[in-house]
Design a protein around this ligand. Structure first.
Ligand SMILES: NC(=O)c1ccc[n+]([C@@H]2O[C@H](COP(=O)([O-])OP(=O)(O)OC[C@H]3O[C@@H](n4cnc5c(N)ncnc54)[C@H](OP(=O)(O)O)[C@@H]3O)[C@@H](O)[C@H]2O)c1
Length: 273
């Protein structure tokens, strides 16, 4: 094994990626398959999952992909997914809690129940998966090469942007905090817990938020590096956090956001020069 392979190869690892059929989750699954991991993606829509698995298996990586359908906002489906994973694998090396949803409505018009649905998927499901899959994760890690939990946060969980996404922002701040809490809890089990906090990336969710070119450019201009993120930005963070090179890192929230988390209110002034 050469130097880079030793640090970042995921040959022989097993990985579950929630929301792996689309957007950032699919980018994460691509990085894992290309680095050699066997990956199960999970999402609700069968056609999207089938297409994503075909795409992942056609990449030419040494890992393989498969899918299991589940609505992770529903307890019984989450538990059924965990039982299927246990039947398939003795050990889980990498759990990626990426599936997420938004609920946009102006202040005063946010339905009470919508909070529950956002938190169920964005916060409750990642916690429940960690709890249910603990025995598998314990068997997937060693003191010098722990099992990895990667949560997908958001720059909305760092900056109080609002943007009519009140429950979403609060849920993302919550998953960042839960990342640090679980990092402490699971360190003694040879499991690290970290989060990637993305800035804007092209995805189904972001297509709804930025339906036209003007909206796309407005979001781009909020990014200090003046672009949207792409698959290699996600892949770099994933390989660092999942490979041997990231084995000593836990409880971190890594912004992969072109600098969005450094914004502090003087952006229009800076743009004027
Ligand atoms: N894109 C961005 O700019 C951005 C920025 C910061 C953070 N994020 C975060 O990145 C993560 C992925 O979002 P994305 O932007 O890539 O959106 P996306 O393209 O809409 O992908 C969302 C994924 O989650 C799955 N999903 C949605 N509801 C689910 C449920 N109830 N149970 C199981 N799976 C479900 C979707 O598949 P099904 O619909 O088939 O279930 C899909 O695979 C989210 O946590 C999001 O908050 C995104």
């Amino acid at each position: 094994m050469n130097y880079l392979e030793n640090l970042f190869s995921l040959e022989g690892r097993t990985a579950l990626v929630t929301g792996g059929s689309s957007g950032i989750g699919l980018m994460m699954a691509e990085a894992l398959v290309m680095a050699g991991a066997d990956v199960i993606i999970t999402a609700r829509k069968e056609a999207e999952c089938v297409a994503a698995v075909e795409r992942l298996n056609a990449l030419g990586g040494s890992g393989k992909a498969d899918a299991i359908l589940a609505d992770l906002s529903k307890e019984e489906q989450l538990l059924a997914l965990c039982r299927q994973i246990e039947q398939r694998w003795d050990a889980l090396s990498i759990l990626v809690n990426n599936a997420g949803r938004n609920w946009g409505a102006p202040f005063g018009k946010v339905p009470y129940k919508s909070w529950e649905s956002v938190f169920a998927l964005n916060v409750t499901a990642p916690f429940a998966l960690c709890q249910e899959l603990l025995p598998l994760l314990e068997r997937g890690g060693r003191p010098d090469d722990p099992a990895r939990v990667i949560n997908t946060g958001s720059s909305s969980g760092i900056l109080p942007l609002g943007n009519n996404a009140f429950s979403y922002s609060a849920s993302k701040a919550s998953i960042h905090h839960l990342t640090r809490v679980l990092a402490r809890e699971l360190a003694g089990h040879n499991i690290t817990v970290n989060a990637i906090s993305p800035g804007p990336f092209d995805s189904r969710m972001m297509k709804l938020a930025t339906p036209d070119e003007t909206a796309y450019e407005v979001v781009r201009d909020m990014v200090p590096l003046k672009r949207w993120g792409n698959a290699s930005d996600i892949a770099g963070a994933m390989l660092f956090l999942c490979g041997l090179g990231g084995a000593f890192v836990t409880g971190t929230i890594i912004p992969v956001d072109g600098g969005v988390a450094t914004n502090c209110g003087d952006e229009p002034q800076k743009q004027r020069g």
